[in-house]
Design a protein around this ligand. Structure first.
Ligand code: FES
Length: 175
């Protein structure tokens, strides 16, 4: 073998190795840009301490930019909604996506009437979140959530969520 040929072989091998290492490093860098940064991953979840909501209180929280209506039932005033309420200890809560199922407006809670009213086209929902008047075609959708103790994490599929959507298959929030 000539000195010139071994020199060429050596240079080819050296360049090949550098290119392969560079490729692996570039892939690693690209992978880290594909993965969401921790703050983005955390943005998919909203945690609510349900024990801070008093009986009869209505509260709106934001999850993934959407309003989530939470109503802590006070059964001297509100209906029990067998397949719509979420049980937390002895308390019942209505937890729904606060967007009208007609065209997506945000209905208002009317505490004196115990119902939601959508100003866009006059749709109404009762305190079970079920449409009772006007153009809304179905009850409010149910967001995915998981209950642990009195903490609710919106964005996770917990046992109560799975049970409720099995009874209300047309009300699974699709995002
Ligand atoms: S968007 Fe609510 S009734 Fe039309």
């Amino acid at each position: 073998m000539s000195i010139e040929k071994s020199r060429r072989d050596f240079l080819g091998l050296a360049f090949g190795s550098v290119a392969a290492i560079g490729g692996v490093l570039a892939l690693g860098a690209m992978k880290s840009t594909w993965e969401p940064i921790p703050s983005v991953m955390a943005a998919g979840y909203t945690t609510v301490d349900l024990s801070t909501i008093t009986p009869g209180e209505f509260r709106t929280v934001v999850w993934r930019g959407k309003p989530i209506f939470i109503l802590r039932k006070d059964h001297t005033k509100f209906k029990k909604c067998k397949n719509r309420d979420t049980k937390v200890g002895k308390e019942d809560f209505l937890v729904v996506v606060g967007l009208c199922t007609h065209l997506g407006c945000i209905p208002a809670w009317e505490p004196k009437k115990n119902m939601f009213h959508c100003a866009c086209h006059g749709g109404e929902y009762n305190d079970c979140g079920v449409n009772i008047y006007g153009p809304p075609p179905r009850p409010f959708d149910i967001p995915p959530y998981k209950i642990t103790g009195t903490k609710m994490v919106l964005g996770e599929d917990g046992a109560q969520f799975k049970k409720l959507v099995s009874k209300n298959p047309t009300n699974i929030y699709k995002g």
